[in-house]
Structure formats: structure tokens, C-alpha cells
Design a protein around this ligand. Structure first.
Ligand SMILES: C[S@@+](CC[C@H](N)C(=O)[O-])C[C@H]1O[C@@H](n2cnc3c(N)ncnc32)[C@H](O)[C@@H]1O
Length: 286
């Protein structure tokens, strides 16, 4: 398999024509190209394929999520993804070699985190909530840009979120904390509505669509801006899941695609979209 040049990102587990779809359950990342003396490991989802996507300069030790410099023995225990920042040292994001799909940094997270850095959306002193945060890459980036952030995910991701918050706290100019938020459940503790809700790669299994939409409805106020970054996948049930999600979403929300030329110059890809979503304003007759 061709190795990506140092400093480029190769998607985790991408097929010849298609990048990986996170499975809703637990996913084991398999390593199969780590040979004795080789530093570069390629990570594969069980489907066993891999494709390059060139996103950004990668920078720092390790390059992409799928091209990680580490000792092979250390891989299943954890490995670090560095995400370069315009304003200073890179974020260091610990990942896990096994566990749920949130244990690694997905490409949509890189694209959204780097979009935040463009300054298109003012973040300083804004209240931000990230859903399905996984490693916390996006929310922690927002906190380095001055936002007061709550990164949320399921209980099993809390330890990883806390580790990544701790590892990057010296870069944070706002604030950041981790909390459990399971989609569809009570969100009282996250009120009042935040200024921004961030979501990266959260549209991927059917059972989650209605709970996720309920959470979005429960959390948003008239001025909340939802930035939803997702990867368009064309195999299996993915197109249907995406179609259904947008059909349901548009009952209560309006959305606008952020053009590719507004994304970070390097961390962009034709098949990764960022949407700016707002609650529809209800106009009642006077
Ligand atoms: C594909 S991962 C994306 C992680 C991260 N946003 C990224 O892009 O790197 C999807 C995330 O959604 C979370 N998730 C899935 N179902 C969820 C649910 N019902 N409630 C809360 N979080 C959920 C997973 O735990 C996981 O962290």
C-alpha cells in the first residue's frame, strides 16, 4: 500500500471509492502494516481497506490519523494525533486503539476544527457545546480560540475527553469541561441555549437520528448556530441515513452549506461538508 507523504492525512479505514463509516457499536482498530523496524502504522477498520485523503499539512509528529508514528506495541494502548494550530503549538489529542468510534479523531473533526480557526465565526467568550465530541478535538480547538466550551459524549468517552482537556489546558484561552450527554435525554443542565453547537461526524446510524434531532431541538434557542460537519459516504445505508436526517432536520431548522472556499485552505475535502444550521423562526399572525 502506498504510504502518504509525511504530513498528510490518510483517512481511517477508507475503501477504494469510499471512506470508513463509523459503526455505532464498539470498533476495534486493527493494525496490519506495522512491520518490524517500521515506524509508520496504518490503521484499518475491520473491512480492511485504506485510502488516502489529503487534508492539510498534518504537521508535527505523526502526520494523519491513519499514519501514526508510534511503537507498534503502544498502539493498542493509545496514540497521539497532533493537530496544528495557526496561533501556536499543536493540539495533542490522545486516541485509543480500541473502544467506541469516538476514540479516534475523524476527518470531519479536523475540517471543522480548522474551519473554526479561520475566524469565520466569532468564538471569544461565546458559549459552545459540542455533541458526540469523541476525543474533543473540535471543542478543545474552540476553547483555544477563547470560547467557553462543554464537550459532551457518552459516559465511556469521558475519560478520554478529560485526558485531552488536561493535555491541552495550557493552550486554552476560554474554558473547557467534559460532560455526559446522551442524545434524546434530558438537557436541562445545558441550558440556557449555547451560542454554538458543534457536531463532527455525528450522522451515521439510523437509530440515533430522532434522539439527536430531539437534542438539537431541546438545546437550541433562536440565536443558536449549529455547525455540523459530516462526511458524505456513498456506500451501504449511508446515503439513506443522510437523506432521512436532512428531511427530519428541515422540519424545524434551516440550513446553509458553507462553501468549500471558506473552509481552511488545507483541511478541506470535496466530500466533507460544513452546514450552518438555525432554528426556523415561527411567524405567528398578529
Ligand atoms: C464518528 S464519532 C465522531 C467523534 C468526533 N466528533 C470526531 O469527529 O472525531 C461519533 C461520536 O458520536 C458519539 N455518539 C454516538 N451515539 C451517541 C448518542 N446516542 N449520544 C451521545 N453521543 C453519541 C460517539 O460516542 C462518538 O464519539
Amino acid at each position: 500500500m502506498e504510504q502518504p507523504p509525511r504530513g498528510t492525512l490518510r483517512s481511517l479505514g477508507a475503501a477504494a471509492e469510499e471512506t470508513a463509516t463509523p459503526a455505532p457499536g464498539s470498533t476495534q482498530l486493527l493494525t496490519d502494516t506495522a512491520e518490524a523496524g517500521e515506524e509508520t502504522l496504518s490503521l484499518h477498520f475491520p473491512s480492511g481497506w485504506c485510502q488516502e485523503r489529503r487534508l492539510g499539512g498534518g504537521g508535527g509528529k505523526g502526520g494523519g490519523a491513519g499514519s501514526v508514528r508510534a511503537a507498534s506495541a503502544a498502539v493498542m494502548a493509545g496514540f497521539v494525533r497532533e493537530l496544528e494550530r495557526r496561533g501556536g503549538p499543536a493540539l495533542r489529542l490522545e486516541q485509543r486503539g480500541s473502544g467506541g468510534v469516538g476514540c479516534v479523531v475523524w476527518d470531519a473533526a479536523l475540517v471543522l476544527a480548522k474551519f473554526l480557526e479561520t475566524g469565520a465565526c466569532p468564538l471569544a467568550r461565546r458559549n459552545v457545546l459540542e455533541l458526540g465530541a469523541g476525543t474533543g478535538a473540535v471543542g478543545i480547538m474552540a476553547a483555544t480560540l477563547g470560547a467557553n466550551v462543554t464537550v459532551t459524549d457518552l459516559e465511556e468517552l469521558q475519560e478520554l475527553l478529560r485526558v485531552n482537556i488536561e493535555n491541552n489546558k495550557h493552550l486554552v484561552t476560554g474554558s473547557v469541561r467534559a460532560k455526559v450527554l446522551k442524545w434524546g435525554e434530558d438537557v436541562t443542565e445545558f441550558q440556557p441555549p449555547p451560542d454554538y453547537i458543534l457536531m463532527a461526524d455525528c450522522i451515521y446510524y439510523e437509530e440515533s437520528l430522532e434522539p439527536l434531532l430531539k437534542t438539537l431541538k431541546d438545546l437550541t434557542g433562536p440565536n443558536t448556530c449549529i455547525l455540523c460537519c459530516y462526511e458524505q459516504r456513498t456506500v451501504g445505508k449511508n446515503p439513506e441515513i443522510e437523506r432521512k436526517y436532512f428531511e427530519l432536520l428541515q422540519v424545524d431548522f434551516e440550513l446553509e452549506k458553507i462553501p468549500l472556499d471558506k473552509h481552511d485552505e488545507e483541511y478541506r475535502s470535496e466530500d466533507i461538508q460544513i452546514l450552518n444550521i438555525h432554528r426556523k423562526q415561527r411567524n405567528f399572525p398578529s
